[in-house]
Design a binder for this molecule. Structure first.
Ligand SMILES: *Cc1c(COP(=O)(O)O)cnc(C)c1O
Length: 594
């Protein structure tokens, strides 16, 4: 174990001029062999950090170790989900750091250590991710498991975890000799980091002495991204819990500065109150968030995905050949419009073959490569409506029979406590069983995770998304599909409002107030437009694949997204010219303008 000085990571100049960004998130998908994420939030965090490493932007990230992972999903023949732990060992994959910091939780001192994972960007820049861990001998047995389960346990457990992440994380960064100039709270789980940042402002004076000016000093360092478009999705804790677990000094300070609403400690209000920049994760989500929190200014920065991570190897080869700098400069994917269509089609056929070979080897199920294949994979949260495609199963069946067949691949875990979500999975699996011998083949793949996500988004022909509006803050799996030339058919919510060009990047399910109307639009698109194009007009289908990459792959990536964070959230003041404008005026002598 070595002590790593931050200067080993970050060169003294360049993008480092603005200082270091500390990026906090409850879940980070750092690497496929570490089950430290549950879904879109963690994948987005990992993709953001991968983009930062590519760009040479100095970011130090903090999350929890989650030694028992999220969970391993098992589905029986009836579609009943059971969960098992996914233990992994930081000891064998990460580097242990020396410092140990202490956070007092429920009156007990809890020791916290950190494990370091290194992300390396395309040009060799390295950024660290610190995984916090309370599994230390000196800790009370009740506290040793605090960093074990992602989104496990009860509300007490969650608040204790948030104290470890926010308070322990900010203290850990200081113990590792970082002086972040920006703290980014990616979702409200991390908002307790504002407490140690405030304590630092107070230089030893108690939190009860904090004034509005001290809060303002904290705000100048903090930015906050909200990901949840419904009030119930925001973490809240009772006053009793807050005072008992965080202690009277901290809880009292939060209450005094307006972070309690309806008597509850609301983590979103903590982050809103202490941040100078707040954003939602798509244009529409920004609007919804402003309606939810009208007293705050809320921007929007639309999510993206990491292009190098989510492009199938066969498609990567085509990009490498035609757009050699696409990994450094994702905007060049715009020029995919000039790639010969047959090369994209062949690369996609290879990705489809790889997906089907993987399905055969893991499930024994044989799929047919010439048959139109739809993908639907995401957390089985009820608002995502996994069974929406089956609103009228007979119509779907007739559609498949009359047009040349259809294969539908499903995947997704329901949170262990989410009974309605589990019921959606059961329904899809029941229907899959009923249609076994028809032109419509449905497969529900067990234990959705990173590798499967990459295979699915690269290998299917159409990506389907049917959330209930306006619950999808952004959604990102359709962006992964787009990078691979796979168009979307989706409800107009989240990112799709921005990514949709009818018949060019995919198709929109018309807005209707009732599910029946939405379902009719879905079937009409499949019957009248999408299946006929796929089976009878390959020329047009190829052009759609290519324009999907050029228009949406070039924009909905984390490189563009992170550039927007740098310009608008992290270092807006650096956009102001520091030299007199005159000194920067170009010499026009000898040019046409002269
Ligand atoms: C991309 C991804 C998600 C997020 O998908 P959404 O469309 O944003 O819901 C969830 N889980 C895994 C494994 C992923 O790869």
């Amino acid at each position: 174990m070595r002590f790593i000085n931050r200067s080993q990571y970050f060169p003294p100049e360049g993008l480092n001029a603005g200082g270091i960004v500390a990026y906090f998130c409850m879940e980070i998908a750092a690497s496929p062999e570490m089950p430290t994420y549950s879904g879109g939030l963690g994948v987005l965090a990992g993709d953001t950090l991968r983009a930062a490493a590519d760009m040479g932007l100095p970011v130090a990230a903090v999350t929890l170790a989650h030694r028992k992972g999220y969970f391993r999903q098992h589905l029986d023949a009836h579609g009943i989900q059971t969960e098992g732990p996914q233990p992994w060992s930081p000891e064998s994959l990460l580097v242990g750091e020396d410092p140990v910091v202490t956070v007092t939780i429920e009156g007990r001192p809890v020791s916290v250590r950190a494990w370091r994972y290194e992300l390396e960007g395309v040009a060799g820049h390295r950024n660290p991710i610190y995984f916090l861990d309370t599994d230390l001998e000196q800790n009370d047995p009740r506290d040793r498991g605090l960093t074990d389960y992602l989104y496990g346990g009860d509300a007490d457990y969650r608040l204790r975890q948030e104290a470890i992440l926010g308070i322990g994380g900010a203290r850990m960064l200081r113990a590792l000799e970082y002086e972040p100039s920006v703290y980014h709270m990616n979702e409200g789980h991390a908002s307790l980091l504002t407490i140690p940042v405030l304590e630092q402002e107070l230089r030893g004076a108690g939190l009860q002495t904090a004034t509005e000016r001290d809060v303002e000093a904290v705000r100048q360092k903090c930015v906050f991204t909200t990901h949840t478009p419904v009030p119930a999705g925001h973490d809240r804790f009772s006053g009793e819990q807050a005072y008992r677990i965080l202690g009277a000094e901290r809880a009292g300070m939060l209450e005094r500065f307006g972070c309690f609403h309806d008597g509850l400690l609301n983590m979103t209000y903590v982050a809103l109150r202490f941040s100078r920049f707040v954003n939602g994760v798509a244009m529409q989500h920004g609007k919804v968030s402003r309606q939810m929190f009208p007293e705050y200014t809320i921007d929007a920065i639309t999510n993206g995905v990491h292009a190098g991570t989510w492009t199938a190897p066969s498609v990567q080869e085509v990009f490498d050949k035609h757009l050699p700098r696409w990994r450094q400069d994702n905007v060049t994917l715009r020029y995919a419009i000039d790639i010969p269509e047959n090369e994209i089609v062949e690369a996609h056929a290879a990705a489809k073959k790889e997906l089907f070979a993987w399905i055969r080897s893991t499930t024994g199920i044989e799929l047919r490569p010439e048959v139109f294949t739809i993908g639907f994979a995401r957390r089985a949260a009820t608002y995502k409506r996994a069974d929406f495609l089956f609103t009228d199963p007979q119509r779907l069946m007739r559609c498949a029979e009359s047009q040349g067949g259809m294969q539908i691949l499903y995947a997704g875990k329901a949170h262990p406590a989410d009974e309605p979500g589990k019921a959606k999975i059961r329904r899809v699996i029941e229907l899959a069983g009923e249609m076994r011998e028809s032109a419509l083949k449905i497969v529900y793949l067990e234990n959705y995770e990173w590798k499967m996500g990459a295979l699915l988004t690269g290998g299917v022909d159409l990506w389907l998304n049917t959330p209930r509006r306006p619950y999808e803050a952004s959604g990102t799996s359709g962006m992964k599909a787009a990078l691979n030339g796979v168009p979307s058919l989706s409800i107009l919510d989240g990112w799709w409002i921005e990514g949709w060009i009818e018949g060019v990047t995919g198709w929109a399910i018309d807005d209707h107030d009732d599910e029946q109307g939405e379902a009719r639009s879905l079937y009409e698109h499949l019957e009248q437009t999408i299946l006929p194009l796929f089976y009878k007009d390959q020329g047009q289908w190829r052009r759609i694949m290519r324009s999907t990459i050029a228009l949406n792959g070039s924009f909905f990536n984390t490189q563009r997204m992170l550039e927007q964070y740098v310009i608008n959230a992290y270092f807006p003041e650096q956009r102001v010219a520091k030299e007199p404008v005159a000194a920067r005026e170009p010499n026009l002598e000898g040019t046409l303008a002269h």
